[in-house]
Design a protein around this ligand. Structure first.
Ligand code: SF4
Ligand code: SF4
Length: 610
């Protein structure tokens, strides 16, 4: 609360907007405290024969209040600059925003005018402490007669008071109401939020009463709890989530800000709570399906709102009603029938594990005492490019003498694509099946090269009673290099940049190891960051199951990101996820940069330098 609410840590992370907000916010608080102290001193203490505002304290009080008033007006000036001169596309011009700005400006300016007239009519030897009031007095009022000044003072005093009281009265309905709703949201919701990447488990399929009526997600706001409603109400329309959203940048119909604002306005409509958000046309189904679940909107939101959670809950409601197109249905059918989203049968899986066996990789059946299970993941079992990644990982693990084995044909999809598409039942069927296999084989430690498997195995299987130590291959390779168990004898000399995958970077906080691994393998070369990297990385467009169906868009997330990689002048774009690999390989072919920019998984980079 103190960090994000009072100190506004995320708000100030954007420089101009942050400074502006901080000036206005601290100015309002200081002026509010100042006015309250004046009221207490004049209207309560003096009646009792006591005084608070006198002596040195009073002089300091006057000085600080003038300084904070300047800060407040400077903040408003910055707001006017951003909104009306710079025309920042993120800032919307609505009448209520302009009225709130005009009200604040009037209160700030009229406060100084009142102070100036007071100092003119009743000059004080210490008036220099009210330095702004004194300057205004000297500039405009000093030689004017007292009577008209007194009249003017009364007029401005009443207007100042009326505007201030009116703004307080309409506070809950005005844009300034966010002062309270955001603080409340941060205080109440933030401590209860699930870790990034973990979806709510609404039921346990193995504990369900078969006759029970299943309810999933929401179609109307009446179905939301009060905490979710509070989250909606706290949205300030700042647009940071929209600016960070890859689906929005790619020209899909989705804007997380629009979703939040539409739902927020619906919340305040008298008949809004019970209305079906899809049937009423408030939310278009396409908006909901465009989300890649990259969590950039959550990362960007300065007041800790989670737009993605609302989107995924609406998805769940659509899926429950079977509102799925052919490709989504096909993917889910493949998961049920074949245990993988591609729809390949067992023989394809068998073939790949035979290739691994030829390299010397054993199954857990052959090596029951293996320390780790290398969980390969569907994208590296069935996709040709993904298989190259898995082979590189296996080569490294074998070379370093890591005690590991694979599950072989017993490995099935973790269920991640089903959960992200909103099919909770299908997800849980797969999860429970995998958990049973892993428990039977007493598996405790897992290595993965797929960030989606990483996230599901590490964070989501916990709700079903399985705690695993899961390591991404970048972490394992990093450890092997740091401990000297893996020696690289053929250092590369390339210029390399890294695309942080959403599910391993922003969502699971693995940033340092992939960079360390690349730099260790590329000792004679250079490493460069893209303009958006680390926590602010930009999604490749494959997450949230969107890899498995079509989304209407004017550009592609992968192409936008590839352009950023090309801008660095790198010769290799390093990835850490087989889905990112497929997205970028495709984007490189489409844009024709596949000759100048090689796309490699970090395991492939390391395997080359062994
Ligand atoms: S999770 Fe990513 S794609 Fe989805 S709304 Fe948020 S920023 Fe956009
Ligand atoms: S959800 Fe957060 S980031 Fe998005 S517009 Fe609302 S307050 Fe801003």
């Amino acid at each position: 609360m103190a960090r994000y609410g009072l100190l506004q840590r995320k708000v100030v992370s954007e420089h101009l907007a942050g400074v502006m907000h901080l000036l206005i916010y601290t100015g309002i608080i200081a002026l509010f405290i100042g006015t309250t102290l004046v009221f207490i001193d004049h209207d309560i203490l003096r009646v009792l024969g006591l005084r608070l505002l006198h002596g040195d304290f009073y002089l300091g009080f006057e000085f600080v209040l003038d300084v904070m008033g300047v800060a407040f007006l400077l903040g408003l000036a910055l707001l006017i600059y951003r909104r009306f001169i710079r025309h920042e596309p993120r800032l919307r011009n609505r009448l209520e925003y302009s009225m709130a700005l005009a009200g604040l400006l009037f209160i700030g300016l009229s406060g100084y005018v009142l102070e100036a007239i007071r100092l003119t009519v009743e000059p004080r030897p210490w008036s220099g402490y009210s330095f702004v009031g004194k300057a205004v007095s000297t500039a405009f009022f000093v030689n004017l007669p007292t009577e008209p000044l007194t009249l003017l003072y009364r007029g401005i005093w009443w207007s100042h008071a009326i505007v201030a009281f009116a703004m307080v009265a309409v506070l809950p309905y005005s844009p300034l109401g966010h002062i309270f709703s955001t603080l409340l949201n941060i205080a109440v919701n933030a401590p209860r939020q699930l870790p990034l990447g973990k979806m709510k488990t609404p039921f346990r399929i193995d504990e369900l009463d078969p006759s029970a009526d299943i309810k999933l997600g929401f179609r109307s706001l009446a179905e939301l709890g009060w905490m979710e409603k509070l989250g909606l109400d706290a949205c300030t329309d700042c647009g940071r989530c929209e600016a960070a959203c890859p689906a929005h940048a790619a020209g899909t119909p989705l804007s997380p800000r629009d979703i939040m604002q539409k739902l927020r306005r619906q919340l305040w409509r008298s008949d809004g709570l019970d209305e079906d958000v899809f049937a009423s046309g408030l939310i278009d189904e396409e908006e909901v399906w465009a989300c890649t679940t990259c969590s950039a909107c959550i990362e960007a939101c300065p007041v800790l709102i989670r737009p993605m959670d609302y989107i995924l809950e609406m998805r769940r409601a659509l899926t429950l009603e079977g509102k799925l197109d052919k490709r989504k249905t096909a993917m889910l059918t493949n998961l049920s029938r074949y245990g993988n989203p591609y729809g390949f049968d067992q023989s394809e899986k068998q073939k790949f594990f035979e290739e691994l066996a030829e390299m010397g990789v054993q199954t857990l059946e052959e090596k029951p005492d293996a320390e780790y299970v290398y969980w390969i993941g569907c994208a590296s079992i069935y996709d040709a490019r993904g298989r190259e990644i898995a082979k590189s990982v296996a080569k490294i693990l074998l070379k370093a003498g890591v005690s590991f084995a694979v599950l072989g044909v017993e490995e099935t999809c973790t269920g991640d694509p089903a959960r992200r598409i909103g099919e909770e039942g299908r997800f849980q069927e797969l999860a429970l099946q995998n958990i049973e296999t892993l428990k039977q084989k007493s598996v405790k430690k897992i290595i993965v090269n797929c960030p989606h498997c990483f996230n599901t195995l590490k964070k989501e299987y916990r709700d079903f009673g399985l705690e695993l130590e899961v390591k991404h291959h970048s972490q394992v390779i990093g450890e092997l290099l740091r401990t000297g168990r893996l020696k690289l004898t053929k250092p590369l000399s390339e210029k390399i940049t890294l695309h942080d995958s959403c599910y391993i970077g922003r969502i699971n906080d693995v940033f340092e190891e992939p960079r360390f691994v690349i730099q260790s393998a590329n000792k004679d070369g250079a490493y460069v960051e893209m303009s958006r990297s680390g926590r602010k990385s930009f999604c490749c467009g494959a997450g949230g199951s969107t890899y498995w169906y079509e989304v209407r868009r004017t550009d592609r997330e992968s192409v936008i990101r590839l352009r950023e990689a090309v801008e660095t002048g790198a010769s290799i774009l390093a990835v850490e996820c087989p889905y990112c690999m497929q997205m970028f390989a495709d984007a490189a072919r489409v844009t024709g940069v596949d000759q100048s920019l090689k796309i490699k998984d970090i395991a492939e980079i390391v395997a080359e330098s062994i």
